[in-house]
Unconditional design. Structure first.
Length: 273
């Protein structure tokens, strides 16, 4: 089971943005404590190995999408406190404090962005944050209200996190565009640039990518393989059979921030996808 988290909100900080993505730090700590009681938590690469380390219990790997500042700081500190491994999927264009469009618009929609707005962002604007915000927040008034922990991490904090034992980095494309809606050249760039960027700066980079918004198709999967990746992840779908038989459409178990502890237990047990 590969768990998919997004942001971890530092203790004492406000929760803002897309309500499904921002999990309080203390709740994340409780998740980890429950997980280690029932699962063998392994590094992602080890969990996907054709010959994984011997495990007497279900295997779990922990991942984060987007490289939020809160995840890279508060989230990693909770992992380090327990000596647990994890992988952060990074979209480099959002590093150093850039807000994500869904959190920016979420400032005005605390109960969730309306479907019509989300669909326009993903289909008309192809998930391109610059285009979405140029239309919806041209003066940057909403973006200014997104707290620092809900923005892309600083390169300094990401570098510090990368030095924590058991922490690995991987790609979440360059700018979190909807790969399915892009032309061939833009899709290739979105996939090749982040892997090159990460490898130029860090030693602990996995040749993996997680698809923005969880969107993929056979063309996207082929483009990921052509870009040099060895595996690619969706945001949902449940458990992985090891060794995996569809390396470029691997499922994960998404952990929404609004789920209860009981809800987390059900997901960890494989009863909820």
């Amino acid at each position: 089971m590969v768990l998919a988290y997004h942001n971890i909100v530092p203790s004492g900080s406000e929760i803002s943005g897309d309500p499904s993505l921002h999990l309080p730090q203390d709740a994340f700590g409780r998740h980890l404590d429950m997980l280690v009681r029932t699962h063998d938590v392994m590094p992602l690469a080890m969990a996907l190995s054709a010959t994984p380390a011997r495990a007497n219990r279900p295997v779990a790997a922990i991942t984060f999408d987007d490289a939020y500042s809160g995840a890279v700081t508060a989230g990693v500190s909770e992992l380090a406190r327990r000596g647990l491994p994890a992988t952060i999927f990074v979209a480099p264009a959002f590093l150093d404090g850039r807000p994500f469009w869904w959190d920016t618009l979420g400032v005005d929609h605390p109960l969730g962005i309306p479907d019509r707005i989300r669909e326009r962002a993903l289909l008309v604007h192809r998930g391109d944050g610059d285009a979405i915000l140029a239309e919806a927040d041209p003066r940057g008034e909403l973006a200014a209200r997104v707290p620092s922990h809900a923005r892309g991490a600083s390169l300094h904090d990401l570098t510090s996190a990368a030095g924590v034992a058991g922490l690995t980095l991987a790609s979440h494309t360059w700018s979190h565009a909807n790969l399915v809606a892009l032309d061939v050249a833009r899709r290739a760039s979105e996939l090749t640039r982040p892997l090159e960027w990460l490898r130029a700066r860090f030693d602990n980079v996995l040749p993996y990518v997680s698809y923005p918004y969880g969107f993929s198709c056979l063309r996207v999967e082929k483009a990921a393989a052509d870009a040099g990746y060895e595996a690619a992840f969706r945001i949902s779908g449940g458990w992985i059979h090891a060794p995996p038989d569809a390396a470029f459409a691997l499922p994960r178990v998404n952990i929404p921030s609004g789920s209860s502890i009981a809800g987390f237990q059900l997901r960890a047990a494989g009863l909820v996808r």
